[in-house]
Design a protein around this ligand. Structure first.
Ligand code: C2E
Ligand code: MG
Ligand code: MG
Ligand code: MG
Length: 289
């Protein structure tokens, strides 16, 4: 670690430092300041129970309200935060904000489980379970769901297994995100104490016109259910997709059909005025009839 640090130190003071690394450095210091300056925002996107048509929970998604650049989407700084290790501070901020949001919603009689995304670097942190328990104090553990991508688990499956086991023992819900896009190992999936599997949106968005996507969605739902997991379809954009997913026995959906991610403070109002979409004559018997 020391070597790595001094290497970075060399780069910092090297006169030949190129524009790209200069930009990286300023991005990192900006990100550090973003937390202190209160520029991070917690957005929420609802998940619906496809059968009862009730809102079943919400996913917390970070945004950066940058003073010059406006609202910056996570894909523009999360990968960077992961590379630099800053992600741990960001995750801690999100967990705290998610807990506050849950408590605030609960006060309004709107207690719903909230999901927070974790990254590989978080899973490598031995103290993660304790930190989460601490940051989420005041929230019943079953109301907090932690989403981890397949690839984050496969980076160091032994470590991930241990961390997820501890989180499970503490009562938190666990979800595998973007399922189908990483190197899935069914051997690990079987051992993991997870509760939920989220089908990557690429398959869900493709299933109305692509038979292969539809088959992948169908098999994933079956696999999840056979392993005793509940299954969420990401990228639910059309009434037709809702109907098809319902027919295939999918438990929950999340996507633009319900709502785009919104500032956390708007969620309670959105929830109170929520009406299930009119599924009309959206026919489920499209490609998989
Ligand atoms: P994700 O965890 O898979 O989150 C779902 C992403 O899909 C969100 O993008 C959401 O806006 C988008 N989405 C939802 N419904 C639809 C839809 O119907 N159609 C389409 N085209 N997209 C939809 P977002 O908010 O830009 O986040 C992108 C990714 O960034 C997330 O993917 C997650 O991997 C990462 N991310 C976001 N917030 C955090 C965070 O707080 N911590 C960590 N570690 N990662 C985060
Ligand atoms: Mg997620
Ligand atoms: Mg996802
Ligand atoms: Mg994704």
């Amino acid at each position: 670690h020391a070597a790595k640090r001094s290497q970075t130190g060399c780069q910092v003071y090297a006169p030949s430092m190129d524009a790209a690394s200069q930009e990286s450095l300023s991005l990192l210091s900006e990100l550090r300041q973003a937390i202190d300056a209160g520029e991070l925002r917690l957005y929420l996107q609802p998940k619906v129970d496809l059968h009862s048509q009730r809102i079943a929970g919400a996913e917390a998604l970070v945004r950066w309200q940058h003073p010059q650049r406006g609202l910056v989407p996570p894909m523009e700084f999360i990968p960077f935060a992961e590379q630099t290790g800053f992600i741990r501070q960001l995750t801690a901020w999100m967990l705290h904000a998610a807990a506050q949001t849950w408590i605030d919603l609960k006060r309004q009689g709107l207690a719903l489980p909230i999901s927070v995304n974790l990254s590989t670097r978080d899973l490598m942190d031995q103290d993660l379970p304790i930190k989460i328990a601490d940051l989420a104090a005041g929230v019943p553990p079953q109301a907090l769901c932690l989403e981890i991508t397949e690839s984050a688990i496969m980076d160091d499956p032994q470590r991930a297994l241990l961390t997820l086991e501890q989180l499970h023992a503490l009562g938190f819900k666990l979800s595998i995100d973007d399922f189908g896009t990483g190197y899935s190992s069914l051997a690990y999936l079987k051992q993991l104490s997870v509760d939920e599997l989220k089908i990557d949106r690429s398959f869900v968005m493709g299933m109305e016109r692509d038979l292969d996507d539809a088959k992948i969605v169908r098999s994933t739902i079956e696999l999840a259910h056979n392993l005793g997991l509940s299954v969420v379809a990401e990228g639910l954009e059309t009434p037709k997709a809702w109907t098809l997913l319902q027919t295939l026995g999918c438990d929950q959906g999340q996507g633009y059909l319900l709502a785009r991610p919104m500032p956390g403070e708007q969620f309670a109002d959105w929830l109170r005025s929520w009406q299930p979409p009119d599924l009309g004559d959206a026919r489920a018997n499209t490609v998989l009839a």
